[in-house]
Design a protein around this ligand. Sequence first.
Ligand code: ASP
Length: 460
Amino acid sequence: MADDYKGYKDEALAVLMKYEAMVWCDVVVSTAQTNFIGIILPRSETSDHLHIVLKLRSGYNVGILADKVTDIKIEGRKEAIYKIPEKEFPYDPVKPNVKLLGTGGTIASRLDYRTGAVIPAFTPGELYGSVPELADICNLDTEKLYGVFSENMGPEQWKGTALAIGKAIESGVAGIVVGHGTDTMHHTAAILSFMVQNSPVPIVMVGSQRSSDRPSSDAALNLMYSVKTAAESDIAEVLVCMFGPTSDEYGLLHRGTRVRKMHSSYRSTFRTIGDIPVAMVSRKEITPLRQDYKRRRSDKNVIINTAFEEKVGIVYYYPNMKPDVIDSLIDNGYRGIVIAGTGLGHVNKPLYPALQRAKEKNIAVYMTVQTLWGYVQMYVYDTGRDMMELGVVPTANMLPEVAYVKLGWALGQTDDMEEVKRIMLTPINGEITEREPSNGYLIYQGGIPEVEEFISKHRK
Ligand code: ASP
C-alpha cells in the first residue's frame, strides 16, 4: 500500500524498507548512542528525506537521522484511526443549547498536526465520542467555519466568525463556543469583542496546546470548561477559556481584550495582562473573580459590526530602528500604524521625520508599550511630548495586538481622524482600564506565595 511508507523518500525510505518497518509500527529504533521507543509517524510531502520521525511514549515527536540507524525492532503496528467513533449526541429538552463554531487549530486535530495526519473532531457525534461528559452539560450543535491553523486567521475569517456568532444568537442558543488555534486566539478574541457587541450570551473561545492524541492534552478539559461556561455562566462577554494553573484543577476565563498567549508550549499559556481574569471554571462550578462583567440577558439584541481596514500594521520598536521602516508603510498606503514602544512609549529621534510625514498624510499613529503591563505615558519625558506633537496618540494600557485590531476596526468605519481617535480611546470592553491591579501582576508570575493565597481565597 502506498500509505505504508507515507511521505518517506530516499535515505529514510530505504532504511525503513530494509527493516520492513512501516508507518504506524510500534518500534525500537537503535542508533550507536541510544534507543528510541515509539511509533513511526507519516511525513508530509514537503519534509526532508533524511529523517525518520517517531512519536515517543512521552507524546513528543523526534526525528532520527536515517543513516545513524543501526537497527529497527518491530513490536507491533497501530493503524491510524482516522475516524472517531461517532455516537449520536443525546438531546435533552431541559438542557441548554450550545453552538460550537470551529475555525481549526490543534483542538480540532486528532493526531500530531506537523505530520499531516490530522482529522477534525468536529461533528457533535465525534465530540461526544471523544468527550462524552459534554452531554451532561448541554445539547451541542457544531459548525465548521474554517479548518486553519490560527496564523491563517485574518479579517475575512474574523468577519465570518462574527457573522456566524450573530446568526447563532439569533437562533436563540444559550451560549457559543469558538474552537480556535491558540497562537492568535488573542487577536481573534479582541476583534470579536469589537465586532460583536452587546451579546446576550457568553461567547467562549477555546483551544488546546497539545493535540488530543497526547496523554497530556488539554483539549478535553478546555472543551468541557468552555462548554460549561457557554451553557451555564452569566458572563455575556467574549472570553478565552484555557488551562489555569499548571495542574488541571481549573480553567481561567479571560476577558477577550486583556488576554495574551504568553508561553510557546505550556498548557497554562493564556494570561490576563494588566488585570485579573474574569472567573475560574472547574468541573463543578464557575467562580467569578470580579463583579464588573456584562450579564446574560434573554433578548437577542446583539450588534454586529464587521468593518475592517486591512492597511494597518504594528511596528515593534527596537534600538537603532531606521525611519525607512515607517516610510515604507507610508509609501505602501497604510492608513494606520500601531507602535509598540519602549518603556512608557518611546522611539528614537531619527524616526521623527517619518512620523511627521505620517501625520501630513493623515495616517493614524497610536502608541502602546512593549512592557505589556502598565500605561503609555508620553508626558514624562521629552521624547513622549515630541511624539505627541507629531500626532502620535497614546493608548493608555491597551495591548499592542488589541490596539492593532481596534485601529483596523475603527478605520474600517471612518476616515475622520478625530472619530477614529474617539473610537480608539473609548473602551468597549476593558481594553483600556483606569488602573491595573497589582495582584494581577504579582499572582501570575507563578510559584510564589501570592498564588497560594489567591487560590485559597477563591477555592472552597
Ligand atoms: N499552531 C496552532 C494554531 O494556533 C497551535 C494551536 O492550535 O495551539 O493554530
